[in-house]
Design a protein around this ligand. Structure first.
Ligand code: URA
Length: 234
């Protein structure tokens, strides 16, 4: 059970607690059909029906958002200088507590998961859980044959022992790479260790969920129920 003013404000990007209190005073908020008298009344969001000015409150405990991150935007909730991924969310998907689950570099593009479900974010990010993230990589120079066994055996970079990474060669200078952890500049450093340089990097999948090809860079949408279930089965 939660305080009804807090509950409504948490689910309504355009209403502050103060707005909700005003609506309650004006008799605009109903709990199971009867007007709420006081902002500290308690409600169970999973069972009770709450209406605000006649509209049923759609309750979502957590949000799971797929964003196609453009270059130049940082994976943070707020950044003094650059635009942050949460700044790209449309008003209807904004609420307190949302953060990017995992970081892409400022110049990396593609799939960023934004959520307020801290436990789930921790599960998909922890290397212990072996949740694969798939990237498309374009390199400055050709990819020599030795790279495949090197990456797949679990290489060491600057004293960091990495988990085995799977590589699928697409062309002389392009590949898909699957990694199960997210060390600082990991893919750039892996290729740098082979004398090469990443010139374009895009994340395509997290936990088997594909970046929606219909999402333009900078756009986002909520995960579908199936995608959400896939994520939760990690
Ligand atoms: N590896 C990198 O080097 N950069 C990213 O943004 C993601 C993985």
């Amino acid at each position: 059970m939660e305080r009804i003013d807090k509950l409504i404000a948490s689910q309504s990007p355009d209403l502050s607690r103060r707005d909700v209190k005003d609506l309650i005073r004006r008799g605009e908020v109903k709990l199971n059909g009867r007007p709420v008298r006081s902002a500290d009344e308690k409600a169970d969001p999973e069972r009770d029906e709450i209406t605000v000015s006649g509209k049923k409150l759609g309750y979502k405990k957590y949000l799971y958002i797929m964003l196609n991150k453009p270059a130049g935007v940082v994976c943070a909730t707020r950044d003094g200088l650059s635009e942050a991924v949460t700044d790209l969310l449309p008003p209807k998907l904004r609420r307190a507590g949302l953060f990017p689950a995992g970081r892409l570099d400022k110049d990396t593009v593609g799939f960023v998961l934004i959520t307020d479900d801290g436990a789930l974010a921790h599960r998909i990010l922890s290397p212990k859980n072996h949740v694969a993230k798939k990237y498309f990589v374009r390199l400055r120079d050709n990819i020599p044959d030795e790279v495949q066994p090197l990456f797949e055996s679990g290489m060491e970079i600057s004293g960091d022992k990495l988990l085995p990474a799977k590589i699928e060669i697409i062309s002389e200078k392009e590949c898909f790479l699957y990694i199960k952890e997210g060390k600082y500049h990991q893919i750039k450093r892996m290729f740098q260790a082979t004398g090469n340089e990443v010139i374009y990097l895009k994340r395509l999948e997290i936990a088997g969920i594909h970046l929606d090809p219909n999402l333009e860079e900078g756009d986002c949408r909520e995960l579908t129920k199936d995608e959400e279930n896939l994520l939760k089965s990690c």
